[in-house]
Design a protein around this ligand. Structure first.
Ligand code: ZN
Length: 444
């Protein structure tokens, strides 16, 4: 039961064949978009369809700035601005991006979109470990965001018993989990760690007493990092962590980790076409183990607010192309955000990579919460060592941790060729959000 595929026909279809079918679906999408004023001009130089993968390169990208611009002016007749392709009378739901990186963008769903989202998000949850018999604690407090109502629909579709405990205090959530015998926890990676800590502090009860066996953790890069995974398993006494990812702008759940635990499968086929590109050149990156690129998404069937070649800024690394679970899509890890890339002297580095190396060297003394301090929001370059604040485990003295932290800085220098200046902080100094934690912040 636990490993039953949700949609065997799609899940096991050879990846190449699936992509041929998806490429065939590009032409009808382009024709539909050309019927909308806002798209006609943008698509003036684009081909009629995509017979081959390379034809996609002739189709313009959509960026987050494009989506925001499309909603600079809206009306009651066109509440989603020029993003909206369906008539307002056909809209059944409006969701929004989380707004963690700026003003939120609103998206629409028609009846058909709702049905497809439920199926596809259901597939992601089934892949991640939700099936009939599981009691699923859903911790998001906001219904309108991608992780709110759309996730709730998907959890039920996958067969789980949804216990939507979010939006309450941690003690009340913990009681809710106890009373419903929740065995699956759905949370962002940061919140799952925060929740476990608060259980201990406020209820004097370890989170391990709650009986969770699977933690479905997403929303931010890092769940693939061994020390962070182990930290989540230990905090909850769980046997499985499933990394989980999607984008409110495209589909809230598109990647989910199966029971093999070697990266996330693409679970949004056939409705969403994903490309992997080199963020600097735009060239395609092949789906081969070890390859890294930015994920770019096209919604082939979305009626209300489709997106074309949307630049996610999520940097993915391919893990496997022949997972033992039987699913034929490649598996990936999210290794960072292309927006987050920093430059120390001439070396490019992701904050998530720094975190991984530091934790590998000093996890005995650290909680895993850390952040890089920038002088300005758009600072990318560092000529002096990058200031990195790290949170000590409670009861750890600064002096006791110093040797390990020195070693961590040395490992960062050797492995990543950048210098960091590590500043240990007592627990609680670095704020932890109940949604997503940024790995960088601006001083002052
Ligand atoms: Zn698998």
């Amino acid at each position: 039961m636990t490993t039953a595929l949700f949609h065997p026909d799609v899940d096991t279809r050879p990846w190449g064949r699936l992509r041929e079918q998806q490429l065939a679906d590009v032409a009808p999408l382009l024709a539909r978009l050309r019927g909308a004023d806002a798209w006609r001009e943008k698509l003036a130089g684009a081909p009629a369809g995509a017979a081959h993968e390379n034809d996609l390169l002739e189709i313009p990208f959509t960026t987050k700035a494009d989506l925001r611009g499309a909603q600079a002016e809206t009306t009651a007749e066109q509440p989603l601005g020029t993003l909206q392709v369906a008539d307002t009378v056909d809209l059944r739901q409006i969701t929004s991006s989380s707004g963690t990186t700026g003003t939120p963008v609103f998206f629409g769903l028609t009846e058909y979109d709702l049905e497809r989202w439920r199926r596809l998000i259901g597939n992601a949850y089934r892949t991640a470990g939700v099936h009939p018999g599981t009691r699923v604690a859903h911790t998001t407090g906001m219904a309108i965001v991608a992780g709110g109502l759309p996730y709730a629909d998907g959890i039920r579709e996958a067969g789980g018993a949804l216990a939507w405990i979010g939006g309450q205090t941690v003690p009340r959530m913990a009681v809710g989990m106890q009373r419903t015998h929740a065995d699956v926890l759905v949370a962002t990676a940061s919140f799952s760690a925060h929740f476990a800590k608060r259980c201990e502090e406020e209820l004097n009860m370890p989170a391990t007493a709650l009986g969770v066996h699977t933690v479905i953790a997403g929303g931010e890069p890092g769940v693939g990092v061994p020390h962070i995974r182990q930290g989540i398993l230990d905090a909850w006494g769980a046997t499985r962590v499933s990394e989980f990812m999607g984008l409110g702008d495209v589909l809230p759940a598109m990647w989910a980790e199966c029971e093999q635990g070697d990266g996330m499968h693409f679970t949004a086929s056939p409705d969403v076409l994903v490309e992997l590109i080199d963020p600097a050149t735009g060239a395609h990156v092949p789906w081969e183990p070890g390859a890294t690129g930015e994920a770019v998404y096209t919604t082939l069937t979305r009626e209300a607010s489709p997106v074309l070649r949307f630049r996610s800024r999520d940097q993915m690394q391919v893990q496997t192309v022949d997972c033992a679970c039987g699913r034929t899509s490649p598996t990936v890890r999210c290794v960072g955000r292309t927006d987050d890339m920093l430059i120390f002297k001439a070396m490019n580095v992701y904050p998530s990579a720094i975190r991984e190396v530091v934790l590998a060297a000093a996890s005995a003394h650290l909680t895993g919460t850390m952040r890089i301090r920038k002088d300005t929001a758009d600072q990318v370059r560092f000529d002096d060592p990058i200031p990195l604040e790290v949170e000590l485990r409670s009861g750890t003295a600064r002096d006791a941790a110093q040797r390990a932290l020195d070693e961590a800085a040395e490992q960062v220098r050797q492995q990543l060729r950048v210098r960091v200046s590590i500043e240990p902080q007592q627990p609680g100094v670095i704020p932890v959000s109940d949604y997503k934690n940024a790995l960088t912040y601006v001083a002052g």
